[in-house]
Ligand binder design. Sequence first.
Ligand SMILES: NC(=O)c1ccc[n+]([C@@H]2O[C@H](COP(=O)([O-])OP(=O)(O)OC[C@H]3O[C@@H](n4cnc5c(N)ncnc54)[C@H](O)[C@@H]3O)[C@@H](O)[C@H]2O)c1
Length: 257
Amino acid sequence: MDLTHRFAEYRALVTGGGSGIGRATVLRLLDEGAAVAAADVSAPGLEETRELASGAGTADRLTTTVLDVADEESVRDGAGAAVEGLGGLDVLVNAAGILDSAHTETMTLAFWNRIIGVNLTGTFLVTRAALPALLATGRGVVVNFSSTSAAFAHPYMAAYAATKGGIQSFTHALAAEYSKRGLRAVCVAPGSIDSGMTRAPGLPEDLDADLLAKLSPALGKGFAGPETVAGAIAMLASEDGAFITGTELRIDGGTHM
Ligand SMILES: NC(=O)c1ccc[n+]([C@@H]2O[C@H](COP(=O)([O-])OP(=O)(O)OC[C@H]3O[C@@H](n4cnc5c(N)ncnc54)[C@H](O)[C@@H]3O)[C@@H](O)[C@H]2O)c1
């Protein structure tokens, strides 16, 4: 199959497009022919993504938007302009997210709210803003970001894990609610992917290393690059994933089996 044209005539909005898995997804969808709007809170991150797209000769189909997914107004304006610029929307990838770790017994409400705000509320706000366009196209797909931490215990990450479990439930409800209108909604659940997030997971200094020991990939090659997840997202968002909705795809090198 010629993958260079799998997304020809497709329009995609990717949040978190300024780093890691979101950036790899932007570049992959561009490579496969899509017009892509990359959104991120980091302007320098988006600039770097643009440079990489330029190097690949695909930057002419890329637009970038600085927005904060946790801020209702910023999402309304930023996502609205991005979708308008694309002239519609077929694929939404909600990759923006933050990870921070803490002992639950001393976790502050501000810490909890910050993570819920970006990961869970941010996924809701961007999805809500994109839904009219995704429903109008008749082949809309939402790819949300869960994590292995949603279904498997990760110590010190209670807030993060709660957002990822919530995103899975949100995605299932979305898939059911709009299934008759041609919308698919799926989650990827990555683990052990090399990115800005996993290089600085903010683990407490006085952690119990035994509790973290089981969090390494069984495949024995260490962490994988973000392109690994981008390839799976491209499959899920394309016609190859046409019969897949309301479910998760775990991509963690067998860390959890
Ligand atoms: N790397 C992994 O192993 C792993 C595992 C499970 C889940 N995930 C999920 O993958 C997704 C992508 O993360 P990544 O690993 O590429 O990390 P990353 O830190 O490299 O990328 C996250 C991006 O989100 C952006 N972002 C953060 N807050 C934002 C906000 N308020 N508004 C807009 N953009 C914001 C950041 O600027 C950054 O560009 C996240 O949802 C993360 O939870 C990653």
